[in-house]
Design a protein around this ligand. Structure first.
Ligand code: FDA
Length: 392
């Protein structure tokens, strides 16, 4: 093979984090090569947020990220904030709006975000090697060598930005973990997150509710989210469930409060006021009728006057703390992100550089930092990409 073509930095992965890192490093004068096995960069950006890219969340802070080291993300998130990305988006004249809960979306299309990042890379003179597999990564004499599609490249800095294994059909792989292990970094067990949960056969009654949604509080692993839950033909989905899936561990139950706004004692009060009313009708004032029917059937209560007060009190408690025992998730095929990944204890929280391998950087979803639903994961990609881009 010919002598490798040399750069100052080779970035593996042209997703959100890799593009940001390439643009920042390039604009600081580094000669950057961005490598991706996909023929086009930023595929997940293009499909994100229903095609409108929920590009950040104004509430992004380390407490809203999961990691074996909950403090790790603070430094990078503190130095590249949502306001910094908004400033970039504004500079490009891209219209945006806040949808809910601090989530910012493009008014137009996610394509605008990819186009913006590509222009930023062009301003930094970034080169590309796209559409071919990475064949080998090696390290000798302070230089990294990467073989791609029969060509060899070398640089003193290598950035791992190939993301996590969520949604393989979009080109996602666990490549970053293999390279990280090759360089002695540890991996925190990856698992699908922001993912629908599946329910076992004995919960079949709820499967009949496929398509029904309700505003609930979902709880698991010490976390609680108030958002919509959606019943599916396989189990549970919707934002509240996707959020709680990141905290759920196999074998555990999740608790759902179906009536987060109901005043304590509401069911006894309903019995006093309308003893002839059926539980399903009382519930249907606050919940979709089909859900009210299934819950009343499960509770085995018909007309309120026919139930003892103690039974109604127990029913009220259960409606506020309904236990579902998922038998799994819909897996990496449907997971928006991956919890776990390259362990942060081997990385500098300031620069994302491997402590024991100078010149090796890990950024984005490949790292064991996972955000809530709602723009947090892109903010981590931008912030970690910026941190490494400034350090190269
Ligand atoms: P990302 O996955 O973006 O990029 C990795 C790149 O590496 C890809 O271009 C891939 O082709 C490449 N690659 C992988 N393996 C390789 C290999 N072996 N060799 C070479 N290249 C390789 N987040 C958010 O904040 N707001 C949102 O609206 C959404 N919406 C959303 C929708 C859907 C359907 C999904 C699946 C995910 C989201 N997310 C999201 C999450 C968000 O997309 C995700 O966290 C970021 O894209 C992660 O950025 P990275 O750059 O780390 O990885």
């Amino acid at each position: 093979m010919n002598q490798p073509q040399t750069y100052d930095a080779i970035i593996l992965g042209g997703g959100a984090a890799g593009l940001m890192c390439a643009a920042v490093a390039g604009q600081r004068g580094a000669r950057v090569l961005l490598v991706d096995h996909a023929p086009e960069v930023g595929r997940k950006i293009l499909i994100s947020g229903g095609g409108r890219c929920n590009f950040t969340n104004v509430g992004a802070a380390a407490e809203r990220y999961l990691s074996a080291n909950p403090h790790f993300a603070k430094s990078a998130l503190g130095r590249y904030r949502p306001a910094d990305f908004i400033e970039l988006v504004d500079r490009y004249g891209i219209g945006w709006h806040e949808k809910t809960l601090g989530q910012l979306f493009c008014d137009g299309s996610a394509r605008q975000i990819v186009a913006m990042l590509l222009e930023e890379c062009a301003a930094g003179g970034v080169s590309y090697a796209l559409g071919q597999a990475v064949e080998a990564v090696a390290h000798a004499d302070g230089r990294f060598r990467v073989d791609v599609g029969g060509r060899a490249f070398a640089a003193p800095a290598l950035v791992l930005a190939t993301g996590g294994p969520s949604i393989p059909k979009l080109g996602a792989t666990d490549f970053a973990y293999g390279v990280a292990r090759q360089f002695g970094l540890k991996i925190v067990q990856p698992r699908p997150a922001l993912v629908p949960l599946t329910l076992p056969g004995e919960e079949a009654l709820f499967r009949e509710l496929s398509g029904v949604a309700a505003d609930v509080v979902a709880r698991a692993g010490g976390a609680a989210f108030r958002e919509a839950a959606l019943f599916t033909h396989r189990g549970l989905s919707g934002p509240a469930i996707l959020q709680i899936s990141s905290y759920w561990q196999p074998g555990e139950a999740i608790a759902v409060d179906f009536l987060p706004d109901a005043a304590p004692g509401w069911l006894l009060a309903a019995k006093r006021e309308r003893p002839r009313a059926a539980l399903r009708s009382a519930l249907a004032e606050m919940l979709p009728q089909r859900l009210a029917d299934v819950l009343a059937e499960r509770l085995g209560i018909g007309e309120l006057h026919g139930a003892k007060d103690a039974a109604l009190q127990a029913a009220e408690r259960r409606l506020g703390d309904w236990a579902f025992r998922p038998n799994g998730t819909e897996g990496f095929a449907k997971a928006e992100v991956t919890v776990g990944g390259i362990a942060t204890d081997g990385l500098s929280q300031r620069t994302m550089e491997a402590k024991r391998v100078p010149g090796l950087y890990c950024i984005g979803e490949a790292v064991d930092v996972t955000g809530w639903l709602g723009g947090y994961n892109f903010q981590w990609a931008w912030a970690s990409g910026f941190a490494a881009g400034e350090a190269i």
